[in-house]
Design a protein around this ligand. Sequence first.
Ligand code: DAH
Length: 344
Amino acid sequence: MREQLEALQVEALEKASAATSEKEIQEVRVAYLGKKGPITEVLRGMGKLSAEERPVIGALANEVRDVIKQALEAKEQALAKEAVAAKLTSETIDVTLPGRPVQNGTVHPLSAVVEEVEDIFLGLGFSIEEGPEIETDYYNFEAMNLPKDHPARDMQDSFYFSEELLLRTQTSPVQARSMEKHEGRGPVKVICPGKVFRRDDDDATHSHQFMQIEGLFVDQNVRMSDLKGVLESFAKQFFGEERKIRLRPSFFPFTEPSVEVDVSCGLCGGKGCRVCKHTGWIEILGSGMVHPRVLEMSGFDPHTYSGFAFGMGVERLAMLKYDIDDIRHFYTNDTRFLAQFKQV
Ligand code: DAH
């Protein structure tokens, strides 16, 4: 029995060291140490042994079992280590390879223009105000000297929620809101960027939603020359030092007198070309001296205070500055268009 056990041990150790996989190890384990294996068999047959032999054989059988068990475990660990090593060599990564580039977004050209205009006016001592996009009839029209049934309302065919509530058609209502906050005491010196909405046919130059920047400067002794100086400074900073502006008489219900402001054409330098329709000038905004009734309605005494206001279209400014031929480019989120404004 002793020889039998010793032979089993030799045999099992040989098989364990020859095993090349987890599966083979398991097969050896089952064959030698399993319930139906030869060692179990020996232990079962112990009853037939003499009283002296029994403990000796028993101890040997246990020892053989432990040796085989340990050998199998050691081999198992060695195989696992080998597997990891093999995996590491087969899956080496080249850390010197260039990474995959991350696609960075860009600032939208309209946001870039708003920021640039804000910067210029902050430099001229203005601060930035915002107003609600859902506006009351009072602020959108009445406080801007457009009483109910005023024919000039027709030019801004509008989206109404009710008789009294609509999507603002212009940023001008922020003029009234800003003045009210100042409770009749100047100066009020603000620009107000934001979205506006008009029922419009969408085409290359019109959209039912677009952006404006309103400006308002109310104080004692604000004159038309201040209006001209501020807007000229803006035009030169925004479009280029060589540009000039001119004022043409116009009409807005909330200004008196009212002017349309043109900037000299950047393409032909004022000589006349396709872009400026051969006039040498391009219209950029509406402006004027704040109407006394507008001052009064928002709590300012028109005998003490005067002011100027202006309103410009952001899309239009962007189209002129970057030579964009269709307003719809701003809203379709075509990355081929947007990516061109990386440096802006
Ligand atoms: N609110 C006018 C519009 O949407 C633009 C405008 C013109 C604003 C003259 C002004 C202004 O403040 O003085 O057509």
